[in-house]
Design a binder for this molecule. Structure first.
Ligand SMILES: Cc1ncc(COP(=O)(O)O)c(C=O)c1O
Length: 372
C-alpha cells in the first residue's frame, strides 16, 4: 500500500468555482479576492483580511507594516517552519529564539520576558501543527512591554484557544494564514493577513500591490511594494473551501481521533497531546514522537520502504546551516526544541484518510518499533 503524506480535498463545487472565474474578464484583482478576504476575516472575528500569494508574503508584509527593521529584535520560536523566522531576516531585524514547551512544541511564555531587550519590537508565536500557542499569556506580556504580537497562524485556521479563533484580534495585533495544498484549506499557493488595525490593513494592501495607493492608480507608487497579489482563481478556490471549513475541520478531527485510538496501543511512540485551553483543535499535520531509546530515523526508513510517506517535523530553525553560519547557533542552544526535532515524525494526514490506511500506517509503525 502507498499512503501519501498529504492530499488536497477538492470538491466538485470547488472546481466549478474556479472554472467560473475563467469565463469572466477578471483573472486578477476581481470580486473573489474581497469576498475571500471577508470570509476568512469574518470567520476568525477580525475586521480586515488581506489576501496575498503565500503565508510567507503575509508574514513579510506584517513585519514591514509594523515598522520592524534593521537592529530590531523579534522574539519567536525555533521549532517552526523556517518562514516564521526568515520574514524577520528579510527586514534585517533579528529573530530572538526562545525555547518551546515540551508538551505542545509551542513557544514557552515563561521564557519570553527574560529575552526582552530595549530593541525588542514584537513577539511572533507560531501555532505549531495547528495547536494554538498560549496566546492570552503572550498578549499580556506584550501589553506589559509595549510590544506587538504577530501570530503565525499559517497552520491553525479553525483552531480555537479559550473559545476564540486563532488569528483573532483578541490575541494578536495581526495574524498570517497560509493555504498551501497541505493546509486545512488551499488556494494552491496563497496566504492571508487578518487584523483589526485599519492602518496595518491599508499598508499591507498597498505593499502587496507594488506600493500603489488606495486609489489604485496603476503607475502611481506611494511606497516600496511587491507583487504579492492573490489571483482570482486562487481566491475563488479559497472562497469555495471556506464554505465548507467546518466540514473540513471535522473530517480532520475524525482522522486524528482514529489515529489516537489506534496508535495509543503502539508501544514506543507518543501521540500528540492537545492542551486543555484549546477549545477546538484544527489539525494541520499529525506528528507523533518516538520515545527515548527508539531510533527515529530507522522508524522513518522502515515506513518509507513500506510505502508510508513521513517527514521529520520540524528540523529546528537555529540548526539550519545558514542560521548556524549567521548567528553561530549550535546544538544544545534550545534543548527542548532539539529533543522534539530528534523525536518527531509527521505521518500521513489529510481529510479523507481511510480506516484501512490508518490501520496500515499503525501496523508498519508497530513493526518498525518492535523490530529494533
Ligand atoms: C508555521 C508556518 N509559517 C509560515 C508558512 C509559510 O507559508 P507558505 O508556504 O504559504 O509561504 C508555513 C507554511 O508552510 C508554516 O507552516
Amino acid at each position: 500500500m502507498e499512503v501519501p503524506l498529504s492530499r488536497p480535498d477538492i470538491s466538485w463545487e470547488d472546481k466549478q468555482a474556479v472554472l467560473a472565474v475563467l469565463d469572466t474578464p477578471f483573472l486578477a484583482l476581481g470580486p473573489h479576492l474581497q469576498r475571500f478576504e471577508e470570509a476568512v476575516a469574518g470567520y476568525v472575528g477580525a475586521r480586515f483580511g488581506v489576501a496575498v500569494n503565500s503565508g510567507t508574503s503575509a508574514l513579510h508584509l506584517l513585519v514591514r507594516a509594523f515598522g520592524i527593521g534593521e537592529g530590531d529584535e523579534v522574539i519567536t520560536t525555533p521549532f517552526s517552519f523556517i518562514a516564521s523566522s526568515n520574514c524577520i531576516l528579510y527586514e534585517r531585524a533579528r529573530p530572538v529564539f526562545v525555547d518551546v514547551e515540551a508538551e505542545t512544541g509551542n513557544i514557552d511564555p515563561d521564557l519570553i520576558e527574560s529575552a526582552i531587550t530595549p530593541r525588542t519590537k514584537a513577539i511572533l508565536p507560531v501555532d505549531a501543527f495547528g495547536q494554538p500557542a498560549r496566546l492570552d499569556v503572550i498578549r499580556a506580556i506584550a501589553e506589559r512591554h509595549g510590544l506587538v504580537v504577530i501570530e503565525d497562524a499559517c497552520e491553525s485556521l479553525g483552531s480555537e484557544y479559550k473559545g476564540k479563533k486563532c488569528g483573532s484580534p483578541a490575541y494578536a495585533h495581526a495574524a498570517a494564514f497560509a493555504f498551501y495544498p497541505n493546509k486545512q484549506i488551499t488556494t494552491g499557493e496563497g496566504g492571508m493577513i487578518v487584523t483589526d488595525d485599519p492602518e496595518v490593513a491599508r499598508l499591507c494592501r498597498s505593499m502587496r500591490n507594488q506600493g500603489r495607493g488606495e486609489s489604485g492608480i496603476w503607475l502611481s507608487h506611494e511606497r516600496l511594494g511587491y507583487n504579492y497579489r492573490m489571483d482570482e482563481l486562487s481566491a475563488a478556490l479559497g472562497l469555495a473551501q471556506m464554505r465548507r471549513i467546518e466540514e473540513i475541520v471535522a473530517k480532520r478531527e475524525r482522522v486524528a481521533a482514529m489515529y489516537a485510538e489506534r496508535l495509543s496501543r503502539v508501544p514506543g511512540i507518543r501521540i500528540p497531546r492537545v492542551a486543555p485551553e484549546v477549545t477546538r483543535m484544527s489539525w494541520f499535520v499529525y506528528v507523533i514522537r518516538v520515545e527515548d531509546g527508539v531510533d527515529r530515523d530507522a522508524v522513518m526508513d522502515y515506513l518509507i520502504k513500506n510505502g508510508v510517506q513521513c517527514r521529520p517535523y520540524f528540523t529546528p530553525i537555529h540548526l539550519q546551516p545558514f542560521y548556524r553560519a549567521l548567528f553561530g547557533y549550535k546544538e544544545g542552544d534550545f534543548p527542548v526544541t532539539e529533543r522534539l526535532g530528534r523525536s518527531s515524525i509527521a505521518i500521513p494526514f489529510h481529510n479523507n484518510l481511510t480506516r484501512e490506511e490508518i490501520e496500515y500506517v499503525a501496523q508498519k509503525l508497530e513493526e518498525a518499533v518492535t523490530r529494533q
